[in-house]
Design a protein around this ligand. Structure first.
Ligand code: BES
Ligand code: MN
Ligand code: MN
Length: 458
């Protein structure tokens, strides 16, 4: 049977596939840092070449930011048109001193928990996007052709908020519209159960700068009489949650739905083990809204987190300074039909009302996307779920995801294309963190999973 031949080919080619991934991981395509602009271009070129090598007509497409990579294969009209999405850009590597190796000198390592591919982007998202490409490569080698019409759509700005994405999707809507958009950028449930994500949170980013005195001051000369902006910032941040973990921005919960019964039932069947989930990162007490289950806190409830805050002297030793400015980067995860722009406005008003008249506050916007929910009525979902079950030997699950992948909602709303989110990441992959890795098992079985899914859908 053709599928078995493809799976065998994947098995015999796994070392070569790993070498190709290591090659891609050596390119430091950090999208948010202008110093790595040409590396992003190099990663796009690498993918264009690789896809053309396996017979997918692919070009690099310029945008005002980093390029998109788009490839096409024709197919019969009675088979679905399947689009595959992944991102070739990666997060910055800081703090570099916490890495055990150069983040862009990747390698296969033996660990107590098995073999891993170590390096920035191994799991987010180069390893994942290569699971798709390797499955297609094996399919082509075995069958000489692809089973259906396909579009490959690889982005290089995902980790910096995808500024060029929506204009590009709108401009090339006819080219990118498909029956399904397979998005490989998520993980497995509790690192063991293959999963299809049916609910994603949105994201709203805000940076605030509070300015007090015109310059840094001696805190003995001025302390007591001059307002300290770090004190003001602390008051702002302390005011964002109440003692029960609820967010206090006025109107914040407008548009937050209760869980639909079907999803409630799916999640209850999962028996999420929050003690292990928190225990693995050295914690034990769920910190969200105290009247909610931990799984809701991660998947279906909105949040407000401080991602960074700085002011005054933070170097070695001690300095008696009264800082001129205090800064914070704050993000909100959004669900349901919460309106990011209304929340931005309400947040800014709330902060401005707390800041005393002698200080100034300014705001910088950092992206705004809504949450999304995907219906699983299309038969493709159950076909894909069974294909995953066959590969992993455990029933695949429909799950939520606390992270944000705004493109999934854009496929739905702009292109009327059904997003199907499947990925093979694990909780301990350390995405966005030092020593990021992707399990060899995720990579190998991920490739095999896509071959099975392609077979099931065509
Ligand atoms: N792949 C992640 C999203 C993700 C995180 C999926 C965790 C599954 C588990 C994606 O690359 C990401 O990091 N998204 C950002 C948003 C983006 C606008 C920077 C996020 O969720 O913070
Ligand atoms: Mn990602
Ligand atoms: Mn990411």
């Amino acid at each position: 049977m053709a599928l078995d031949d493809v799976l065998d080919r994947i098995d015999t080619d796994i070392d070569a596939a790993t070498d190709r991934l290591l090659d891609l991981l050596r390119i430091p395509s950090i999208s948010t840092d202008p110093a790595f602009k040409s590396a992003c271009d190099d990663a796009a070129d690498w993918l264009v070449k690789d896809l053309n090598d396996i017979g997918i007509k692919t070009t690099k497409r310029a945008t005002p930011g980093h390029p998109m990579v788009v490839g096409h294969v024709d197919g019969p009209a009675d088979k679905p048109h399947i689009l595959f999405y992944g991102h070739y850009d990666v997060q910055p590597v800081d703090p570099l001193e916490l890495w055990d190796r150069d983040p862009f000198d990747p390698a296969v390592e033996e660990t107590a928990k098995g073999r891993v591919i170590r390096g920035r982007g191994a799991a987010d998202d180069k390893g994942q996007l290569m699971t798709i490409i390797e499955a297609l490569r094996a399919w082509k080698v075995v069958n000489g052709e692809f089973p259906c019409r396909m579009t490959l759509f690889l982005e290089g700005e995902e980790e910096s908020g995808s500024p060029s994405l929506v204009p590009f999707m709108k401009e090339h809507a006819d080219e990118l519209r498909a029956d399904y958009a397979m998005i490989c950028d998520t993980g497995m449930f509790q690192s063991k159960v293959p999963a299809i994500v049916t609910m994603l949170r949105g994201l709203l980013g805000e940076e605030i700068t509070i300015t007090g005195p015109d310059l840094d001051l001696h805190s003995g000369m001025y302390g007591g009489v001059a307002m300290n902006p770090a004190r003001v910032l602390s008051k702002v941040i302390a005011a964002l949650h109440d003692d029960t973990g609820r967010i206090t921005v006025p109107g914040f919960y407008d548009g937050v739905p209760e869980l639909p019964d079907t999803i409630q039932a799916q999640w209850q069947g999962l028996a999420f083990d929050h003690k292990t989930f928190l225990g693995d990162v050295g914690l034990s007490v769920p910190a969200g809204e105290q009247d909610r289950m931990p799984i809701e806190m991660i998947w279906s409830r909105p949040t407000c987190e401080v991602n960074g805050m700085w002011s005054g002297y933070t170097g070695a030793g001690f300095k008696t300074v009264l800082p001129s400015q205090a800064h914070a980067k704050i993000s909100f995860r959004l669900v349901g039909v919460q309106d990011p722009l209304a929340i931005r406005e309400s947040f800014r008003k709330m902060v401005s009302d707390i800041v005393p008249s002698d200080c100034k506050v300014s705001f910088q916007a950092h992206g705004a996307s809504q949450g999304s929910v995907f219906e699983t009525v299309d038969p493709a979902f159950e076909k894909a779920r069974h294909a995953l079950t066959d590969e992993w030997g455990v029933p695949a699950a429909y799950v939520g995801c606390g992270g944000s992948i705004p493109i999934a909602g854009h496929f739905q709303k702009i292109l009327n294309t059904t997003p199907v989110l499947i990925g093979f990441g694990k909780d301990d992959d350390a995405i966005h963190s030092p020593n990021e890795k992707y399990d060899m098992q995720s990579f190998h079985k991920g490739i095999r999973s896509w071959a099975r899914i392609l077979d099931a859908l065509t």
